[in-house]
Ligand binder design. Structure first.
Ligand SMILES: [Ca+2]
Length: 87
């Protein structure tokens, strides 16, 4: 009985950390999918493939260099979340 509880606990820990890791991977994967030339940043043209990215492109491009990096995208998302919570 004790062994079974331990196995269940370990299994639950593993699956929840896998879900968290997956969430990060999915974001990076989505980004890489859009990043046609695989240079690690999205141009305005590349962002057009995703209506949501296209709409938020200017807001995400923090340094206004015409490209959105994964860091800029994550920062914009965090900022958007913070703004939502303020309202
Ligand atoms: Ca940029």
């Amino acid at each position: 009985m004790k062994t079974r509880t331990m196995i269940l606990t370990v299994a639950m820990c593993c699956s929840s950390s896998m879900v968290l890791a997956n969430e990060g991977n999915n974001k990076a994967e989505k980004f890489q999918e859009l990043d046609a030339d695989q240079d690690g940043r999205l141009s305005r043209d590349e962002a057009q493939k995703s209506p949501r990215m296209a709409e938020k492109f200017d807001r995400m491009d923090a340094d206004q260099d015409g490209f959105v990096t994964l860091e800029e995208k994550s920062a914009a998302k965090a900022q958007g979340k913070a703004d939502k919570e303020k309202r």
